[in-house]
Design a protein around this ligand. Sequence first.
Ligand SMILES: *Cc1c(COP(=O)(O)O)cnc(C)c1O
Length: 488
Amino acid sequence: MNYYSSRGISEPVSSARAIVDGLAPDGGLYTMAPDAIPHFDIEELRGMDYCPLAAKIVSALLPDFEEEEALELVQKAYSGKFSNEKLAPLADTGKDMFLELFHGPTSAFKDMALCLLPYLMKASAEKCGSDDTILILTATSGDTGKAAMEGFRDVPGIRIIVFYPEEGVSAVQKQQMVSQEGKNVKVCAVRGNFDDAQNGVKHIFESAPEREGLSLSSANSINIGRLVPQVVYYFSAYLAAVENGRIALGDKLNFCVPTGNFGDILAGYIAGEMGLPVGKLICASNENDVLTDFINTGVYDRRRDFHKTVSPSMDILISSNLERLLYLMSGDAKLVAGLMEKLKADGYYQVPAELLEKIQAKFAAYSCDDRRTKAAIASVWNGQHYLMDTHTAVAWQAYQDFGPENGPCVILSTASPYKFPAAVLSALSVDCEGDEFEMMELLEQVSSVPMPENLRGLRERSRRHKDVVDPYAMGAYVYFKMDDKEWR
Ligand SMILES: *Cc1c(COP(=O)(O)O)cnc(C)c1O
């Protein structure tokens, strides 16, 4: 199974090459051909633990990895790093089902993929016969950066630079990043928003000068190696819902996903194409509701105000992975290339009616502002004694708008509430004068939900990274680091 550029100009490549390169040379995203997606019989997957299940799915989607090798990498990637032995447990309150994806080293769902990506990347480089140093460039809306640096820190042969929007992340997220250790990591703030940071990184990929012995790659979800590990937990959640007696094997199950770059929810779509009985995929957005409008009208229009919200990891107006969905659903790279061209030139595009119909058959979309987000946190805490973070709350609210009468649903819980303590406390109507770190402690007292160990003592960690650049200077920053012999 080869990987094709969603824009159809670059040559198809092997799965290993797709991971090493990150982005296709024509600016497209490497994607499997829609008719080549492997199929599973879920009956056969029943009772499997997370790691063997992950190995099966990873090796099916990335055929350069035999199942045995995949299992070895998966076990290395996850062992000892998660605070829950199931890795991604399904928390069932009796009313709602939350798929908890935040028990990893940085307390956000990005860990599910970013613990594994470094292992996939190293092995892929070997398979491609490359001994270049790999420089990973990553833009983050808050959670990817930390998770990527944790995953890649001190991995030989790899360097990583993370860009984050200076004012666009929570204090906890910022402190997690600027205190990052590891000789091979650099963190730099950008005076702009996430879209500026992500565009800057894409631009560097397109225009960076060649350096002998150095190749660039990405840890963003434009890298297929990020996406594949995320497919696994849709299967594990489905099987857990069967074990809990919530559904019978073969029944359709809806999934509601708090969405930013469209990576997480796209993994759910791929799971469905692999034979998992996925009902509707509910795309939940905050006030940055470009995807809600797109799914409901077929017009993607980023010409709108950018809102800073209490769910900052979803403050995104250009959702990169949507391009992959358009490719998978239309099978028409020429169409996709045209739409992306139009988005770049005019700031919007409209998909053909036939494609919109296909999208709406699979996806529903709702958005939720900060006021409703906080009301959702209070309502679920008071009604079910379950503490949601702000992103999970956006999803829970979207599920209410969708209508619980439309079938059982798993709500993806993408972050620990302790990453966003200010908003969560305010939702619970608890006043706090102190900074976010004091808020974390207060939240623990009020809720008795234990704080993740990795967030304890965060405030005391020293700030190691102080760089700040304007968006236009990101390229210069990277080229300078590329030539810094000491760092390389
Ligand atoms: C990244 C992130 C999301 C959005 O995921 P996408 O794959 O970008 O759609 C949602 N919630 C949290 C907490 C995140 O960190």
